[in-house]
Design a protein. Structure first.
Length: 259
């Protein structure tokens, strides 16, 4: 399918690996020039070179912490007026309700709510002036199906979801569409770390931890980053102009709900 976005430009955050890399690859395949961001320069530059060589698009790496004001400034300096923005950042650590203090919530809000809001505020005015733009926020299945040990993530990402619900409807008439993608269990470092945490607390092996998690997914497997990226690219495409303020769950059916 021709997504109709060849020649457009995009910022993809946290894109050296995992879900962000999947989104960057899918957009590059559609002919989009990229600025990709991550904190570690080495893996990021390697990813940029590989994507550029594979798809023949321009890929500019910017090593910076997108959760900081200086990091966002560096990314926006490389591409001040993107057509597409994919917000992404690693989730806060797991724990239990009694473990978290105010400072823990502030860090989670900075990373998973306030940083994407700041990026949207920076790029939305130009998108509206051009009459076209796409924003995809990578949040979490926990927005719809809360995960007790990820209470920090539940809280911050729910806040972002509320912000998007209102803002997306304010900018839609200008040709700008904002939506959220809610990943479940995918083959990423984040999920591997959570599986290791299960092994540390409950014992057993990584294989057993994966088997327990997989048993809860109707598709019987972890998701693939390229599947996630394809969904992101579609939301960024010309084909998705009537999709506004939605929270699209990609979890293999693990969330047992009607709506």
């Amino acid at each position: 399918m021709d997504l109709g976005i060849k020649g457009k430009t995009a910022i993809v955050c946290a894109a050296s690996k995992g879900l962000g890399r999947g989104c960057a690859e899918a957009l590059a395949e559609a002919g989009v020039d990229l600025v990709i961001n991550a904190r570690s320069a080495g893996p990021l530059e390697e990813a940029a070179a590989e994507i550029a060589a594979k798809y023949g698009v321009k890929v500019t790496p910017v090593a910076a912490d997108i959760t900081t004001e200086s990091g966002r400034a560096a990314v926006l300096a490389a591409m001040p007026n993107p057509d597409i923005l994919v917000n992404n950042a690693g989730g806060p650590p797991p724990g239990m309700w009694q473990d978290w203090e105010r400072e823990d919530f502030i860090k989670a809000l900075d990373a998973n709510m306030l940083a994407p809001i700041a990026m949207m505020k920076a790029v939305l005015p130009n998108m509206m002036d051009k009459g076209w733009g796409r924003v995809v926020n990578i949040t979490s299945q926990s927005v719809k199906t809360p995960i007790a040990v990820l209470g920090l993530s539940n809280s911050a990402r729910a806040g972002l979801t509320g912000y998007v619900a209102g803002t997306s409807r304010q900018v839609a008439s200008k040709g700008v569409n904002i939506n959220n993608l809610l990943p479940g269990t995918h083959e990423t470092d984040r999920i591997a770390n959570l599986d290791r945490g299960v092994v540390a607390t409950r014992g057993g092996t990584m294989e057993e931890a994966r088997a327990r998690r997989t048993a809860e997914i109707p598709t019987g497997r972890y998701g693939k980053t390229e599947e996630f990226g394809a969904a992101c690219a579609f939301l960024c495409s010309q084909k998705a102009g009537f999709i506004v303020g939605q929270n699209i769950l990609l979890d293999g059916g693990a969330g047992n709900a009607t709506f």
